[in-house]
Design a protein around this ligand. Structure first.
Ligand SMILES: [Zn+2]
Length: 264
């Protein structure tokens, strides 16, 4: 029998935005469309995995984001000590996904080959592709490589029974999603393979984009990996906080259980 995991989204930051910020091709109505920032916790009987490490106060201030709590503070609310976490999946090296990796001194970081190559290679000469990265964080992750604290993956890989990584590409060259077995079936943490539900539902693409073709093909990959579209969790959609229940009344608005059936 495949182990089942509890899966949580922890909302650590937010920002205002408009629809034109989030879709190539814009939107004729251009209504407000705020964006939330999450890290995710996958908790099994024996092991726990943290997916992404968000950003901290300094980057939040510089980039004009509202930091609600650091990712480590969010994890502590779920009784997880960031300094003891052994496995951290980095879906990609953008500032809002790798920012506080130094708060995880015991962790191995699971990263796609293509992401490190992309973040340190020729395309980073261009503002169009480098604006989502913080060079000090990319260099910091290179230092982690030299300390043998990075596990590289190429395509799909099992981390443990019931949890696997899958390269999607598109938004960045080495973007990966995470597939997890839960009590309601296979859930896919899309991360930025679909920022909002609308991206995969309407086959539209986000504005920060390396490869449109891979992004659109990636939506079919998400659907293949998940038990249903209701099992796909987008990376930045405030609707995630409405569609899933909080783990406890105290965590209302802070965290939700993704292994629970959606509330709709
Ligand atoms: Zn992101």
């Amino acid at each position: 029998m495949i182990p089942e995991y509890e899966v949580f989204a922890i909302r650590y930051a937010t920002r205002d935005g408009r629809r034109k910020n989030h879709f190539i091709g814009g939107d004729p109505h251009d209504a407000p469309m705020p964006m939330d920032y999450f890290v995710w916790l996958v908790r099994g009987a024996e092991r726990c995995f943290v997916v992404d490490t968000g950003f901290g106060a300094e980057v939040a201030a510089r980039r004009g984001r509202t930091l609600l709590r650091t990712p480590a503070e969010g994890l502590a609310l779920l009784d997880v000590d960031a300094s003891a976490v052994q496995d951290v999946v980095i879906t990609h090296l953008h500032y809002d996904h790798v920012g506080t990796f130094e708060s995880f001194p015991a962790a191995r970081f699971h990263l796609q080959d293509d992401e490190m190559a992309y973040a340190t290679g020729r395309h980073m000469r261009h503002r169009q592709f480098n604006h989502g990265y913080e060079v000090d964080e990319v260099v910091g992750m290179v230092r982690m490589v030299y300390k043998d604290r990075v596990s590289f993956h190429n395509g799909s890989a099992d981390l443990a029974p019931g949890i696997s990584l899958h390269r999607i590409g598109g938004h960045t060259h080495g973007l990966q999603c995470v597939r997890v077995n839960t009590r309601r079936g296979w859930v896919v943490l899309a991360s930025d393979a679909s920022h909002f539900y609308e991206h995969f539902e309407k086959r539209r693409v986000f504005t920060t984009m390396f490869n449109v073709g891979e992004a659109v093909d990636g939506y079919a990959t998400l659907e293949r990996l998940a038990d249903s579209p209701r099992h796909i969790v987008p990376g930045h959609d405030p609707l995630v906080m409405q569609r899933y229940p909080a783990p406890s009344p105290a965590l209302e608005g802070i965290a939700v259980r993704l292994d629970a059936e959606p509330l709709d």
